[in-house]
Design a binder for this molecule. Structure first.
Ligand code: SF4
Length: 274
């Protein structure tokens, strides 16, 4: 059986940058806290804890001199709380997440209500909702009913939303809103991985998607793959089963933006050794 990996696996640029900021601060102070998870990959978060990079869910719980803001960002009141605590803060909000926030703020100033295609409970969307007045989240086209009441609506996206879901929401909104502005703010790392995963799934007999079970972008890769072939979402090589590959000619591999390249290599080696 051949094994083929999509291009560009490994941490995305946003996580590489955030990880560097966290490690530099840890090297300076001995330990550092991160508000929220640096990434949705619990295995890697556990490794970071051992390195002195601690995850906290409340700035009051920090015992370090410096706190890093996670790449997903947060509501303005969280930033205020950290500032008031007197701790040093290093903002590692991903530039692509900031771009979504800025786009929402810009169009709100122009008189638009702002719809974010994404999951309301996701930390990134929660942060955007906090930064952008008059904004609300839409998870899927099923939630779209009666939007005629918005004369001016600007649609933006969570950075890791599945492209097809974004396009389907926009298509459903178009006939319902008088003045609709569409800003596709899905980040390039998520967009390219979705496209490449779907392309590879069309030619593969089986796809293995590697990444945290709580990682939104990894789950979307799995959803894109399973439409075209048998697909499995795993966090580590220990979950692989020999049966998945029996009689298969091509196995495709994709990984979420929060999966280190070493984990991908481990899985590929394990599949080749089955
Ligand atoms: S997936 Fe995109 S938005 Fe999220 S951290 Fe990576 S580069 Fe930034």
């Amino acid at each position: 059986m051949d094994v083929k990996i999509i291009k560009g696996c490994g941490f995305c640029a946003g996580l590489v940058g955030a990880l560097k900021k966290a490690r530099d601060a840890r090297d300076k102070d001995g330990a550092v806290s991160v508000f929220g998870k640096l990434m949705h990959n619990d295995l890697f978060i556990a490794e970071l804890e051992k390195e002195g990079i601690k995850t906290i869910d409340d700035p009051k719980k920090a015992t370090t001199k410096t706190i890093i803001m996670r790449p997903h960002g947060a509501r303005p009141d969280v930033f205020d709380k950290i500032k008031r605590s007197g701790m040093d803060m290093i903002d590692a909000t991903c530039p692509f997440v900031k771009k979504v926030q800025d786009t929402g703020i810009e169009y709100h100033k122009k008189g638009y209500k702002i719809a974010i295609i994404g999951k309301k409970a996701h930390p990134e969307v929660d942060g955007i909702l906090g930064h952008v007045d008059d904004s609300f989240a839409i998870k899927s086209p099923d939630e779209i009913t009666g939007y005629v009441r918005f004369k001016k609506l600007c649609v933006i996206s969570q950075t890791t939303t599945l492209q097809k879901n974004f396009d389907a929401c926009v298509a459903k909104l178009k006939p319902l809103v008088g003045d609709l502005v569409v800003k596709d703010t899905i980040c390039p790392a998520a967009k390219n991985r979705q496209k490449d995963t779907e392309e590879l799934a069309k030619e593969a007999d089986v796809m293995v998607i590697i990444g945290g079970k709580n990682s939104s972008n990894t789950r979307h890769l799995f959803e894109a793959a399973e439409k075209h072939c048998e697909a499995y979402h795993i966090e580590s090589k220990e979950e692989l089963k020999t049966d998945w590959f029996k009689g298969k000619k091509l196995c495709g591999i994709a990984a979420g933006a929060s999966t280190p390249i070493e984990k991908v290599d481990e899985v590929v080696d394990a599949i080749n050794g089955l």
